[in-house]
Design a protein around this ligand. Structure first.
Ligand SMILES: CC(C)(COP(=O)(O)OP(=O)(O)OC[C@H]1O[C@@H](n2cnc3c(N)ncnc32)[C@H](O)[C@@H]1OP(=O)(O)O)[C@@H](O)C(=O)NCCC(=O)NCCS
Length: 167
């Protein structure tokens, strides 16, 4: 297993990863990955900025990814007037619970610190015990509950925001 920076040549494999995890219908609000051209355009914008964007590879197969985009990069604001990181991550089902998520998180947060990011936030469903366990292990803490949502698999769930303050 290796963790490395995301490259533009990863676009097809990254899109397949997003498509597989979205199709599970359990963890994300969408049932499909964003269109590949939209993802490519995002990468072309983000990669030159050297943002925290890493992938996990097992035997040349891209099986996981993490990104932390500044809220300003995503056009988001929280009323504080400060910029903050917004984290997203996924690991292919067959490779979960083997520490890959933790490895991706470690490398991404180290990069956030190098960029002088002061805090990182994310949204996770309360049913996603694996993700919450991982986030709490890295000292993310519950921030607020968001309105309930209906998932692609038809289940209703409660999203929550979590925050990590970087010292
Ligand atoms: C969340 C995700 C990225 C974690 O990746 P991963 O490679 O499985 O993560 P790790 O193996 O490093 O850590 C998983 C932790 O959850 C724990 N865990 C596994 N199943 C669990 C369960 N049912 N309840 C509680 N904890 C659980 C593991 O023991 C491990 O904790 P530990 O290291 O303290 O023992 C991965 O599960 C995933 O891609 N899920 C689907 C997409 C997703 O949820 N993305 C995040 C959206 S907010």
């Amino acid at each position: 297993m290796s963790i490395r920076k995301l490259r533009i040549s990863d676009i097809e494999a990254l899109h397949r990863l997003f498509a597989e995890v979205s199709a599970e219908g359990e963890f994300l609000l969408r049932a499909e990955a964003p269109p590949i051209e939209q993802m490519r355009a995002m990468l072309l914008r983000s990669l030159p900025l050297d943002l925290p964007q890493f992938v996990a590879e097992v035997e040349s197969d891209l099986v996981g990814s993490i990104e932390v985009f500044p809220a300003s990069f995503c056009g988001m604001k929280d009323g504080s007037g400060e910029d903050f990181g917004v984290l997203g991550m996924q690991v292919k089902k067959a490779h979960r619970n083997r520490g890959l998520g933790g490895n991706l998180m470690e490398v991404a947060l180290e990069h956030c610190r190098r960029l002088d990011m002061r805090r990182v936030e994310l949204t996770v469903l309360k049913s996603n015990a694996t993700a919450i366990r991982l986030y709490e292990r890295f000292a993310f803490r519950w921030l607020t509950d968001l309105p309930p949502v209906t998932l692609p698999n038809g289940r209703t769930d409660q999203p929550q925001k979590m925050r990590l303050l970087l010292g």
